[in-house]
Design a protein around this ligand. Structure first.
Ligand SMILES: [Zn+2]
Length: 483
């Protein structure tokens, strides 16, 4: 049930260029919407009053690249290269998830997001091993009441002799996922798939740079035929880029459109960035995994100079938490370091500001998902996806610059309240209405069960299989899709 809330006397970091950052400012939330923002507003009689003293109101974070299902695999990839990630996650653990594991992964992944102030995410879901897995994945997100796009992934987790029963469908039809995507689209999402729907249907082709161009085009066009709000794919991954130039090739065929959201993209050439800008394609940088795994310098700031729509993603929670503070810090300081190193003599100014990166993590993400008019800033008329961050902890006292405090000082424990669509999902520092100890118990059991199933995996066989299609020096062998 949504109500009327009146936040009184907060510091509002709106990200809205007209409103800006305003101290001693009120915010009125009615139903799903932000109704008014400004000093000395009148509170309606029926409003729940929230004291905004020593608190910052800011837009919820928007995460544009996540494989939400991996929460049971926490810490597994922290010392992995991308190659090792392929071996263990995409070829072993991905073949060990039952539908109930997928449900818990997506449900708890969404709860983790809300707790950390991420109110909207793109779930690039490539754990759809059967129709039951698909249903579980959507339900997990819906039950957590997070905003976002569920992107139906065509990736095939491989089947081995040791794969446990119930994990992978034995559907005879190799393209069964195409029909299943249509089924999921019709079963769980509104016909309009409207921008204001809390969860929208999206689509994720199988690894687009490892398929033939014709196959990739077929998949992208199929997603479009289903009315996908977002079509997302990994592309141009730094040291793992095999010179495929997918963006250039799609541009030549006039297939780049604003529904495309490409993740990573560090090795896009200038002509490709130009094409991205001209066609309204969006980009997602994932600092933790890109910097760790050889995917190159995050492209966001460079692409922004080209006028592209840029945003930030958490990517895999098997490697790092769903924490946008961490991602903002990494991408900002990595870029400053790069620019400082490139400067002649001592740099007298930093190249990018805290405000720049906070914009990427909020309004940039909203724009990348086609939701610029719906969320991403504290603006009257937008949906109320908001954070109230307390400035009373040891790390947040005093605050001389609220934007810098959010970017370089705050963490999830400072977030007192989170609204999604006008509903309070975190209250007094706790997830509202969630019995976490009970949920946690189920999650731990699910993780233990997956680890147990994975023990049967034959890593020699997996490594042999992956190496048969992967050349560690020269990149992928394009002739062999779907490692
Ligand atoms: Zn990814």
């Amino acid at each position: 049930m949504s109500s009327t809330y009146f936040i009184r006397g907060a510091t509002v970091v709106s990200i809205d260029p007209v409103i800006g950052t305003v101290s001693d400012c009120d915010v009125l939330i009615q139903g799903e919407d932000i109704k008014a923002v400004g000093p000395n507003l009148e509170a309606p009689n029926d409003a729940v009053i929230i004291d905004g003293t020593d608190a910052i109101v800011s837009p919820g974070f928007v995460d544009t690249h996540r494989h939400t299902w991996q929460i049971q695999l926490r810490c597994v990839t922290c010392d992995f290269s991308l190659f090792e990630y392929f071996l263990h996650i995409r070829n072993k653990f991905g073949s060990c998830y039952l539908p109930e594991d997928v449900y818990l992964g997506n449900y708890c992944g969404a709860l983790e997001s809300l707790d950390n102030g991420i109110t909207c995410l793109v779930d690039h879901c490539h754990i759809l091993n059967s129709p039951d897995h698909s249903d579980a994945a959507v339900r997990g997100l819906q039950d957590a009441q997070i905003r976002g796009a569920f992107c139906y992934g065509l990736y095939r987790n491989p089947k081995y002799a040791w794969t446990p029963d119930g994990v992978l469908t034995d559907a005879a039809e190799p393209d069964w996922r195409l029909d299943d995507a249509k089924r999921v689209r019709e079963k769980f999402f509104s016909r309009e798939n409207a921008a204001t729907d809390l969860l929208r249907f999206g689509f994720a082709p199988a690894e687009i740079e490892r398929s033939s161009l014709e196959q990739s085009i077929k998949e992208v066009e199929y997603g479009r035929s289903l009315g996908a709000a977002v079509i997302t794919a990994h592309a141009s991954m730094g040291k793992y880029d095999k010179g495929y130039h997918l963006v250039r090739r799609l541009h030549e065929r006039k297939l780049l459109k604003p529904d495309l959201l490409l993740s990573h993209c560090a090795s896009l050439h200038d002509d490709e960035l130009q094409a991205v800008r001209e066609t309204g394609v969006s980009l997602s940088s994932t600092p933790d995994t890109e910097l760790q795994m050889g995917m190159g310098q995050p492209v966001a700031f460079k692409a922004r100079k080209h006028g592209c729509i840029c945003s930030i993603g958490v990517d895999i929670v098997s490697n790092n938490p769903a924490d946008m503070f961490q991602q903002m810090r990494l991408i900002l300081q990595a870029q400053r370091h790069k620019d400082n190193e490139a400067a002649d003599g001592s740099p007298l100014k930093v190249s990018h500001t805290c405000f720049d990166v906070l914009t990427l993590a909020t309004l940039g993400g909203a724009e990348a998902m086609g939701l610029k008019e719906v969320v991403g800033s504290v603006t009257p008329g937008k949906k109320a996806d908001l954070l109230i961050t307390k400035c009373t902890s040891t790390r947040m006292t005093p605050v001389n610059d609220p934007v810098a405090a959010l970017v370089l000082y705050a963490n999830a424990s400072d977030i007192d309240t989170v609204f999604v669509n006008g509903k309070m999902v975190k209250e007094n520092g706790q997830l509202a209405g969630i019995k976490w100890p009970e949920v946690r118990k189920k999650l731990v059991k699910s993780s233990n069960d997956i680890m147990e199933r994975a023990r049967a995996a034959d890593m020699d066989e997996i490594t042999h299989r992956v190496l048969s299609v992967y050349n560690p020096v020269g990149g992928y062998n394009a002739k062999n899709a779907h490692i």
